[in-house]
Design a binder for this molecule. Structure first.
Ligand code: DOR
Ligand code: ZN
Length: 349
């Protein structure tokens, strides 16, 4: 039997939500992941250090007995964010990053940034103290085609921003294009990217050909096949600039299977088996450890986890629930559309 043992992995981009949804999805992440960078796009968003403290307490209160999980908190950048609060938040050790949502780019981004010049004092502070900026890297100009919005963000936002503030540490979240993978490859040690599980599996045909599949719709939307292949090359390259951020983003089925469906794939349950499958297909199983367990902590200046996760390839395919139950309604688990034989066998905390 083939097996691999990794240091316990982390998820460097995760949506845990709140209330009933938080209670339902948190165990799905905590089962395999030691830590996660927790996205702040609640309603209302997590803007201040006090908001983040209260949210962290709610997450820890929702963690079932016997599970170990450390939420790494982020702040949602608004045009009224106070640079002094951000500096205090970083100094407290509780906040690990600040998230830039261009206003209107995605779920709950309406409190985000319209004019980057208005947040320059915050970004200057972050550059000075070394606090990373996580970006939702899509422009919101309605004249720009949705499939071009990430590439346009690089040219019109990231290049000028990083020119102006070269010390600013930036994580391009959930990259979906070969342009983004190439930009990050040249970015040196102040730039990194997270890559989701689903963007290594889906291209835009999976969403749209032969019927519309709302559970494959997320933002940034999956692109052409050549981009999926570029993301696979990046993730399996061994470069420390790329690491796992699942962007696991639960929405109840009623809001996914809807005339105006929400964006998000829920991959917390099966990400590690899916990644083992993908890395094996790319003949890069030995590089899964870097992508899932080592490169993220290195960028964020945190230790690699002491525990381990063992994956085993078995003859029988994995069977996951189609849905997980929440008191807010059912959430569909990401279905890759092919059998997966890598099982999470044991975990040591
Ligand atoms: O697909 C997505 N879902 N992309 C995002 O940027 C946000 C996320 C969510 O919060 O649902
Ligand atoms: Zn996200």
């Amino acid at each position: 039997m083939q097996t691999i043992t990794l240091p316990r992995p982390d998820d460097w981009h995760l949506h845990l939500r709140d209330g009933a949804m938080l209670r339902a999805v948190l165990p799905e992440s905590a089962r395999h992941f030691a830590r996660a960078i927790v996205m702040p796009n609640l309603v209302p968003p997590v803007v201040t250090l006090d908001d983040a403290k209260a949210y962290r307490d709610r997450i820890l209160a929702a963690l079932p007995d016997g599970m170990a999980f450390e939420p790494l908190m982020t702040l949602y950048l608004t045009e009224t964010t106070d640079p002094a609060d951000v500096a205090a938040a970083a100094a407290s050790g509780l906040i690990k990053a600040v998230k830039l949502y261009p206003a209107g780019a995605t779920t709950n981004s309406q409190s985000g940034v319209r004019d980057l010049t208005r947040v320059m004092p915050v970004l200057e502070t972050m550059a000075r103290i070394g606090l990373p900026l996580c970006t939702h890297g899509e422009v919101t100009d309605p004249a720009i085609d949705i499939f071009d919005r990430e590439a346009a963000f690089i040219d019109t936002v990231l290049v000028p921003l990083r020119h102006r503030l070269p010390e600013l540490r930036v994580v391009m979240e959930h990259i979906t294009t070969e342009e983004a993978a190439a930009y990050v490859a040249e970015g040196g040690d102040t730039l990194a990217a997270t890559i989701t599980t689903h963007h290594l599996i889906l291209n835009r045909n999976h969403i749209l050909a032969g019927g519309i599949r709302p559970h494959y719709y997320c933002l940034p939307v999956a692109k052409r096949e050549k981009h999926r292949l570029a993301l696979r090359r990046a993730a399996t390259s061994g470069s420390p600039s790329y690491f796992l951020g699942t962007d696991s983003a639960p929405h109840v089925d009623a809001l996914k299977e809807h005339a105006c469906g929400c964006a998000g794939c829920f991959t917390a349950t099966n990400t590690m088996p899916l990644l083992a499958h993908v890395f094996e297909e790319e003949a890069a199983l030995d590089r899964l450890e870097g992508f899932a367990s080592r490169h993220g902590p290195a960028f964020y200046g945190l230790p690699v986890n002491a525990g381990t996760l063992r994956l085993e390839k078995r003859a029988d395919p994995c069977i996951w629930p189609d849905k997980i139950h929440s008191d807010a309604g059912p959430v569909t688990v990401f279905n890759p559309g092919f059998p997966v034989h890598w099982h999470v066998a044991t975990e040591q905390i």
